[in-house]
Design a protein around this ligand. Structure first.
Ligand SMILES: [Zn+2]
Length: 1023
């Protein structure tokens, strides 16, 4: 073998540069200089070798375990090794290149490096050998993430890269997320200045069609409103994965054949390896437009010993180019993108998004839209809190040496990872994310308390002592709030501070648990406020005891008796304070309570609601029957119910596909009801009515109709989901109406644009329906609606969920899942969340809210947009006590904005944050799409002088969305791609004009988000 190979190769080697080296005169070795210096050859097929490592910031192990390389019995992975071994490998040959993606890992490593190493790495970055792409803290998910979180986590990574290396990432690299959103393409793509976006996972039917049509590479226009400026060159990888071609894996323990080119050793294989390489290149070239293809040389946690990869790629490049059939070289996605752009060709246009994703017929990745709903709820709650906390941090002035909101920022960034908020991580990793959020929350809670304390005692010389100690209640969802559960009989008064982080005034009901019914509420001017007391139901008391023990390690000794509810009315970016004290007899009358048992003695119809909205329940079976809004004359029949899907358990042959953390694969639908009749308890009060229903032994529901609102609020408590029958269950709620929705429904993209969905249909190919339920599920972060020629029905949610419209007139949202089998997508655990107190564990109970409302056609978006923003940014409540000696606060109310000013109804303030250098990051978002609402889809204006009445704006710079470059600079660099069959103009290009530095008025066109860095005159910063 050896001789024959040597003979065959003799002629092959004639052109190879061979150097003889002699070491100590005894050992002779052949030193080969591999020629890796090639670049693009226009007349050849160019194979761009892109070395990369996909490093999940938590999945089977926690982010820190992955970084340091511990817990290797689960997975042998150490990101520190990747970065440590990469640098010498790059230094060894200036032609070698590498892209690095996940900044959470990079920052961990960077902090530990010597100055000398940092200088070396800076040199590698500036020479282009090491390139940061994507550049967020993590590679965020695109289904269960809210756009504000996506922006925040990307900003955190991008600004760090800018700060340390003075570079701005050019490429989106979302190679692993399980489906791709429109918002990713236009907001987190085009608007952060990316020139292209690459990923792997698209539906298997879509991929087959695109392979046939050579349409894996497209120009994706994710926004209907933003036109061609929202376009981005997008490539889906041809195998559906982000790995190298088969047989070209070169980690030390991979079984691909290494390139063996030493003729003095056995198993010489240069020609075979060259042939394999050329074959792989040609097969990919067959389905790719142009003569440029990309080999993604890496996969999960590769390059732990980078030299083996580079050694083999050096040889491949050297011998393949000698062979001459194709041209191979080290590249990056930027080089690849520029090569495609230089061809000056037109590309197919893609609109809409890439959801849902199935990798084969029964494997729809639509379960993770809902997996770990409690964690998803926690992430969303923290997201809204972080937005408010940053505002308050800025109003007081960031405490650069003390506690800041930064650790919450980091924890939230990690939580956006595609194995974090998705719920597709192992349980111990989910716990790690939650722990990080909790630590981040604790620190931010201190920042908020300190800021509120200071602002309430504000005087011209700063905050006057004593500063009140404000406490907050993150466990209000389990009716646990020690600061309000206090005895007020001894003249003590409870101060409730209500902060509104929205840019417009908000009026909403606040509810807190209290011990006694002898309480009254006064505003800061001493005026009595209408309030309402509701008895605490047994179900909540039991939940409170169990969950308080589980969360804080001890069962509370006292129990509140009532919910005290009152209406708080708070101007934009302001707080109001309310005083709660005892009064005899109680001025806030107890809510009138009546139970209906469905035994035949109740009236035919039970009407709920004392304002415009009435809900009518059947006196026969206790079910919701009718929705009547006296204000807009909607009068429509409606039903609301629960069902569950039995999770398919086929974890074995022949199918290997169970329902699990990723996959939704239902095996039958089963209605949930208590023998067809659901007894009602109705609580009527001056502010709102409540309908309590025990749907079954593990679903409790409260429906609220507020006197001043025209939507129904449903608070659901689902769990523990029983599994003693050996069947995993996926719980959904349905709202059924008579709306003729004709298979069509609308769901949001990451809480922003609404996309049209048609049941059993895809715009890009002829759908073969395999899974009629799971294949029609879409991610929901904001809402879902249907309409016909008269009416719209909208449902809004408080966290990421999956949902659909499985039948005309109907909307469905999945609330909770508990499953008994792993779904074979890598996590190797069943999604069976439990909660334990000592040794007693039970299935996790989930509590949350959703909201629904009917509107006349064309009027639904006003509620969806305004109330949707209110759901994201609830009131922030803080509590302190006053005794008799203490009069009032120096400043019982506070407004950051001009009290007579408000942002327009179509604009939200999505970031107000003090940066390290004292400058302020401001983001304003127009909430409406082009044509969405007849009044509000118009250019809006914001007067910054009135937003910041007490500060002088020295300088204002408009930035890219991730605030790492000036917008103008980004626009100049942006590549403009050509679209097939188009004159280059699609949709509106409408944008707000430049901001005049003296007028300081910001214009926003529909869907536009504008990002500014403001330098305030530091002599005038005091609020
Ligand atoms: Zn991943």
């Amino acid at each position: 073998m050896r001789l024959r190979a040597a003979a065959a190769m003799a002629s092959f080697f004639t052109s190879v540069v061979l150097t003889l080296c002699v070491m100590f005169v005894v050992v002779e070795c052949k030193y080969i200089v591999y020629n890796t210096s090639g670049g693009i050859v226009p007349e050849k097929l160019n194979v761009h070798l892109v070395p990369h490592s996909h490093d999940d910031v938590g999945w089977l192990k926690t982010v820190d375990q992955y970084y340091v390389g511990s817990n290797n019995s689960i997975q042998v992975a150490c990101v520190q090794n990747v970065l440590d071994s990469l640098i010498p490998a790059l230094l060894a040959d200036k032609n070698r290149k590498f892209i690095y993606v996940e900044q959470a890992f990079f920052q961990r490593w960077w902090r530990q490096q010597s100055e000398a190493m940092q200088n070396t790495v800076r040199m590698l970055v500036s020479s282009g050998q090491l390139e940061f792409i994507n550049g967020g803290m993590c590679m965020h998910d695109e289904a269960a993430t809210h756009y504000i979180d996506m922006i925040d986590q990307t900003t955190l990574g991008h600004r760090y890269i800018k700060d340390q290396f003075n570079v701005t990432p050019r490429i989106g690299w979302q190679i692993d997320p399980f489906g791709h959103s429109a918002v990713q393409a236009y907001l987190l793509g085009a608007e952060v200045g990316f020139d292209s976006l690459f990923f792997a996972r698209i539906d298997y039917q879509d991929r087959a069609k695109r392979l046939d049509d050579k349409k894996l590479e497209v120009i994706w226009q994710g926004s209907k409103s933003r036109g061609s400026s929202s376009q981005i060159f997008t490539g889906a990888f041809y195998t559906g994965y982000y790995e190298p071609p088969r047989g070209f894996y070169f980690e030390v323990n991979d079984d691909s054949a290494v390139v063996q080119d030493d003729i003095s050793l056995f198993d010489y294989n240069v020609q075979e390896r060259v042939n394999d390489f050329v074959a792989a290149a040609l097969s990919q070239a067959n389905v790719t437009r142009s003569n440029h293809i990309m080999f993604t040389m890496g996969t999960d946690f590769k390059y732990q010993y980078a030299q083996t990869w580079f050694r083999n790629m050096d040889k491949l490049i050297h011998y393949v180019n000698q062979d001459g059939r194709v041209n191979a070289f080290y590249s990056t996605p930027s080089v690849y993108t520029d090569a495609k752009y230089a061809l000056d060709e037109s590309w197919p246009l893609k609109t809409n998004d890439y959801f849902p994703y199935a990798d084969r017929g029964n494997s729809y990745w639509t379960g993770y839209f809902t997996s770990r709903p409690a964690f998803k709820g926690y992430v969303r709650m923290m997201s809204g809190y972080y937005l408010a906390a940053r505002q308050l941090e800025f109003f007081r002035g960031k405490n650069k040496r003390g506690t800041t909101t930064d650790s919450l920022a980091d924890a939230l960034a990690l939580a956006q990872h595609h194995d974090a908020v998705t719920g597709t991580e192992k349980q111990h990793v989910a716990d790690d994310y939650a722990k990080r959020l909790s630590i981040g929350y604790k620190e931010s809670e201190e920042v908020v308390a300190a800021s509120l304390g200071c602002l309430t005692q504000q005087s011209s010389s700063g905050c006057k002592s004593p500063i009140p100690n404000f406490k907050q209640c993150p466990l209000l969802n389990i009716t646990y709030c020690p600061p309000t559960e206090v005895d007020l009989s001894l003249g003590k008064k409870l101060v409730v501070l209500v902060y509104n982080s929205l840019g417009w005034k908000k009026t909403a009901v606040v509810r807190i648990p209290v011990l006694s019914n002898n309480v009254i509420v006064k505003d800061s001017a001493g005026k009595l406020i209408l309030s309402q007391l509701l008895p605490l139901v047994n179900a909540s008391i039991a939940k409170r005891k169990f969950y308080a023990s589980a969360y804080i390690g001890e069962s509370p000794t006292i129990s509140p008796m009532y919910w005290l509810a009152f209406t708080a009315d708070v101007p934009p970016l302001s707080f109001s304070t309310y005083l709660i004290s005892t009064d005899k007899p109680a001025a806030s009358g107890l809510t009138k309570q009546k139970s209906y048992t469905m035994d035949g003695s109740q009236p035919d119809a039970i009407e709920i609601g004392s304002g415009n909205l009435k809900l009518i329940y059947s006196g026969t079976d206790g079910k919701l029957m009718r929705y009547i809004n006296a204000k807009n004359f909607v009068n429509i029949s409606v039903e609301q119910s629960y069902s569950y899907y039995a999770g398919d358990d086929r974890s074995e042959k022949p199918d290997f596909q169970a329902s699990g953390a990723y996959i939704f694969r239902p095996n039958g639908t089963f209605p949930i009801q208590s023998e067809g009749k659901i007894p009602l308890t109705v609580l009527r009060g001056p502010l709102f009515d409540e309908v309590h229903q025990m749907i079954n032994s593990w679903i409790y529901q409260i429906t609220r109709v507020y006197k001043e609102k025209e939507h129904a609020e449903i608070e659901y408590t689902v769990g523990p989901i029983p599994i003693d029958d050996g069947i995993g269950k996926e719980i959904v709620t349905q709202i059924k109406s008579t709306i003729g929705s004709n298979k069509t429904f609308y769901t949001d993209s990451n809480g922003r644009d609404y996309l049209e969905r048609i049941r059993d249909y895809r715009a890009d190919w002829d759908l073969q329906v395999v899974q009629p339920i799971a294949g029609n599920y879409y991610p929901i972060n904001h809402g879902i609606y249907i309409k016909d020629k008269n009416t719209e029905l909208s449902v809004l949610v408080d966290r990421a969920v999956g949902g659909s419209s499985i039948a005309d007139g109907e909307l469905e949202v999945m609330l909770h899942r508990r499953l008994l089998y792993d779904d074979g997508k890598g996590v190797e655990e069943a999604l069976n969340e439990t909660i334990c107190v000592l040794d007693k564990c039970s299935g996790l109970t989930v509590q949350g809210n959703y909201y629904f409302r009917f509107d006349p056609l064309g009027e639904g978006s006003k509620w969806r947009r305004s109330f949707g923003q209110e759901i994201y940014s609830p009131f922030l409540l803080a509590f302190t006590e006053e005794d008799d000696k203490w009069t009032n606060f120096a400043t019982p109310t506070f407004s950051a904005m001009d009290p007579a000013y408000s942002l327009p109804n179509n604009v939200a303030l999505i970031t107000l944050q003090e940066l390290e250098n004292g400058n302020v990051l401001l983001r304003l978002a127009h909430l409406y799409e082009e044509g969405e609402d007849k009044d509000l889809s118009v250019m809006a204006t914001v007067e910054l002088k009135r937003v910041f009445p007490n500060k002088k704006i020295n300088k204002i710079k408009e930035m890219s969305l991730s605030a790492n470059q000036e917008r103008e600079e980004m626009e100049k660099k942006r590549l403009h791609w050509k679209v097939e069959g188009s004159n280059g103009k699609q949709g509106s290009e409408s944008r707000g004009g430049p901001v005049d530095p003296t007028k300081l008025v910001v214009e926003l066109a529909p869907t536009e988000i504008r990002t500014f860095i403001i330098d305030f005159n530091s002599n005038l910063v005091k609020y």
